[in-house]
Design a protein around this ligand. Structure first.
Ligand code: NAP
Length: 315
């Protein structure tokens, strides 16, 4: 008999349905996948493994013998906040395709800022024909905060496209062609030298509110900011102040404190803000389901659990 894997998701119906079709196919011959709602009490008691996408914590708690869970998302801050520290191990999604998707988004929106698109769009609305001086990519410094799976791929893609790239992480790192910094002093170095700052660190106790008034005021005059990480890492009030009266020229925001961004939020109307609806790096279901199937096959064959989230660090 094939082992049973629970599937727990509160994702929107279309997304959940797509996974419910794809996962059994990817896991055929390895395990049987069952949505939580369809499991009997006996099955819930026996389950040692679950695949989760934005799960209801009460449903996770209703699987008392869960050893680990495979998230279909890269960011796991909700899971670490809502589930007890001694609960099942959390394995987040690490997919090279997601690094590819995110690095493409970082390159796209860096080019948008680098080639002055917000400024030319504003000029068009006012029918202003005025050219601004061209700056080569090599003369533009981009700072990437967070050099993990996504940040390091983004840094390397920017470097390959001719930008001068700085990176920042918690621990010391070496990446070819990238000037890497770490720790509190490293953050200041990157902020004061970058023309474009990209946030790509996880939301943890340490990073919540990390980019506030002091950090934004330390940025170069005319610098731009891209937040592709998580909304609460960036202090929105301090951001608006830095755009209105401080050094920042523009912000591209893909993630927010509250999502969807409420219609009443002033960020929608701010002329120096580009709002995106959390689209910089969606999970690619086809590659993710193959990775998840590989992890699960290995677990049932060898007992090996993929590297899991360090609950003390929060990522
Ligand atoms: P990751 O592999 O865990 O890398 C995290 C990076 O951030 C590491 O370099 C880490 O430093 C650094 N970091 C963590 N805490 C830090 C701190 N306190 N100070 C300085 N650096 C710190 O994560 P990832 O896969 O690259 O993903 C990053 C985040 O992107 C996710 O957590 C998620 O929130 C976000 N994301 C957004 C989207 C979207 O569509 N907008 C999609 C996917 C993911 P070390 O290298 O020293 O550990």
């Amino acid at each position: 008999m094939k082992p049973l894997v629970a599937f727990i998701s509160q994702s929107i119906f279309g997304d959940r349905q797509a996974w419910e079709e794809l996962l059994p196919e990817a896991l055929s011959g390895i395990a049987e996948i069952k949505p939580f709602a369809d499991m009997t009490d006996e099955e819930r008691h026996a389950a040692t493994l679950a695949i989760v996408a934005n799960p209801d914590p009460a449903e996770v708690a209703a699987l008392p013998n869960l050893v680990w869970m495979q998230s279909l998302w890269a960011g796991v801050e909700r899971l670490t906040a809502e589930l007890p520290e001694d609960g099942p191990l959390i394995v987040r999604l690490t997919d090279p395709q997601m690094a590819e998707t995110m690095s493409e988004a970082v390159l796209a929106w860096t080019l948008y800022l680098h080639r002055d698109m917000p400024r030319y769009m504003a000029q068009q609305r006012l029918k202003i024909w005025h050219e601004h001086e061209y700056l080569a990519a090599a003369d533009r410094t981009v700072g990437i905060l967070g050099l993990g799976n996504l940040g390091s791929a983004a840094a390397q893609r920017l470097h390959a496209n001719g930008f001068n790239v700085l990176g920042w992480s918690r621990s010391e790192k070496t990446l070819e062609g990238i000037s890497c910094h770490h720790g509190p002093e490293g953050l200041l170095t990157v902020l004061t030298r970058s023309d474009i700052v990209v946030l790509l660190m996880p939301l943890t106790d340490e990073t919540r509110g990390m980019i506030g008034a002091a950090e934004l005021q330390a940025c170069k005059q005319g610098a731009c900011l891209i937040n592709f990480a998580r909304g609460p890492i960036l202090d929105t009030r301090a951001l608006i102040a830095a755009l209105d009266h401080g050094p920042l020229a523009h912000a591209v925001l893909d993630v927010f404190e509250t999502e969807p961004l409420p219609a009443s939020d002033p960020l929608w109307q701010h002329e120096k803000v580009t709002v995106l609806p959390h689209v910089s790096a969606p999970t690619t279901r086809s590659t993710a389901s193959r990775i998840v199937a590989g992890n699960i096959e290995r677990y049932f064959r060898t007992g090996e659990i993929p590297p899991s989230v360090d609950r003390k660090r929060g990522y």
